[in-house]
Design a protein around this ligand. Sequence first.
Ligand SMILES: [Zn+2]
Ligand SMILES: [Zn+2]
Length: 210
Amino acid sequence: MMNHQHPHRFQCRCGQVTGEVADTHSALHAVCYCRDCQAYAHHLGQADAVLDALAGTEVVGTHARHVSFTGGTDQLACVSLTGKGLLRWYARCCHTPLANTGRDWRMPYAGLVHSCLRTPGGEALGPPAFGPVQMHLETAGAKGGTPPRLGVWKQAKALLGFMPRIAASRLTGSYRRTPFFDGAGVPVAAVQVLSPAEHARAIAAVEATA
Ligand SMILES: [Zn+2]
Ligand SMILES: [Zn+2]
């Protein structure tokens, strides 16, 4: 359909880690208000830069095969809040969150965190490639107000257009094309699981926010 679209660039705030996301028209644009996303932003010391006025994190979800790194992969780091949580990829150099993925590479969802899709000044990198926010996730976790209502049907439709393509990759093997896992399905950076003390500190920071 719209294959003429240029990939959208992404980079960490200091510019060492760079990459591109292709096939932008197939991405799912969402805001997640869950406590874990908030705890992660606090853990990185990035709550002000990452969380919106209602403590939401804007993410652009896509198939991991559309994501590629063009530089700075030596700065790629990976943390998980718990032994079972999502893998949360960030730039070690400047603590910019980059993307969240599952632990199992056969479910190749990658949620790019908005902070790497913009310049430090807040402008989109490259042409405005992603449409308006289609989904609000975990809205009960919002702080200081209620996120604007998005139609339930509109959200369901967005998800139904998105998830089957991710799930189908189990059959086609396309999950193997990912920059986050090696050819054996092992994460390309060592996964640091937060210690109980670090986890408690991050959750406390979330709870201290009105
Ligand atoms: Zn950086
Ligand atoms: Zn979340």
